[in-house]
Design a protein around this ligand. Structure first.
Ligand code: G3P
Ligand code: CA
Length: 243
């Protein structure tokens, strides 16, 4: 059994118990003692960074269509809570800025870029982060590793992470081949093996598997020595960790 405890990262806030990617979900993750949160971003027609998993509004709001085809003023009154439960009726789609305002400094913020939007997302995100003066709290991750490389090349101060859903032959070597300094690996938890984690951690990479929700999978992640665990249930994981 490894000695260190992984940090608890609330997936889309505490998405198992509140509507994902809403302020209520992030507040709940904080109440439950999460040390970090993961969220997803898209960009509106007028360049605002909105926190939402899907590119479209249909699944998690009472709106429809692509976020990028709406201006922010068209999205502010949408209900992003009642699809989850009536108790959350009236929750809004948050801007990234509003989530940052909610989260205390020092909380680890994993921003997942879902789409490049022809480079508009990385420009907007880097402008936002530079102005936020809390770059050190943030890791930007994406399944699009070219976006990750461009972001790191444009702003060496920002931490970047590689998301992936495949079992790579050599996870650490892959990160090293990026040609930029990678902060973290974010593999699907199915592909976590102790020797890969040990190699990554000993070469200075953090490892944050997603999305881990069962007690058996928590135990497997902990035993493998991961740096943090992305979960929909921060309280459940903290209880297992005796935190
Ligand atoms: O960042 C980890 C995880 O959120 C990636 O998958 O689909 O939940 O955004 P998804
Ligand atoms: Ca995500």
């Amino acid at each position: 059994m490894n000695k260190h405890k992984p940090i608890v990262i609330g997936h889309r806030g505490a998405a198992g118990e509140a509507p994902e990617n809403t302020l209520a979900s992030f507040a709940l993750a904080m109440e439950q003692g999460a040390e970090g949160i993961e969220l997803d971003v898209h960009i509106t027609k007028d360049g605002e960074i909105v926190v939402c998993h899907d590119a479209t509004l249909d699944r998690t709001t009472n709106g429809s269509g692509l976020i990028c085809e709406h201006s922010w003023s068209e999205l502010t009154s949408l209900d992003a809570g009642s699809w989850f439960s009536e108790a959350f009726t009236g929750e809004r789609l948050p801007l990234l800025r509003e989530v940052f305002d909610l989260l205390p400094r020092g909380i680890f913020i994993n921003v997942e870029v879902k789409h490049a939007y022809e480079g508009r997302m990385e420009k907007a995100l880097l402008a936002f982060l530079r102005e936020s003066s809390r770059m050190e709290d943030v890791v930007i991750s994406s399944f699009d590793h070219k976006v990750i490389r461009r972001i790191k090349q444009a702003e060496p101060e920002v931490n970047v992470g590689l998301l992936y859903a495949a079992n790579l032959i050599d996870h650490t070597a892959y990160a090293e081949q990026m040609g930029v300094d990678v902060f973290s690996l974010h593999p699907h938890h199915h592909f976590i093996e102790q020797e890969d984690v040990a190699a990554a951690v000993s070469s200075g990479l953090a490892v944050y598997p997603y999305t881990v929700n069962s007690l058996a999978d928590y135990r497997r992640m902990i035993a493998s020595g991961v740096s943090g665990i992305i979960t929909d249930y921060p309280a459940r994981l903290r209880e297992l960790l005796n935190l």
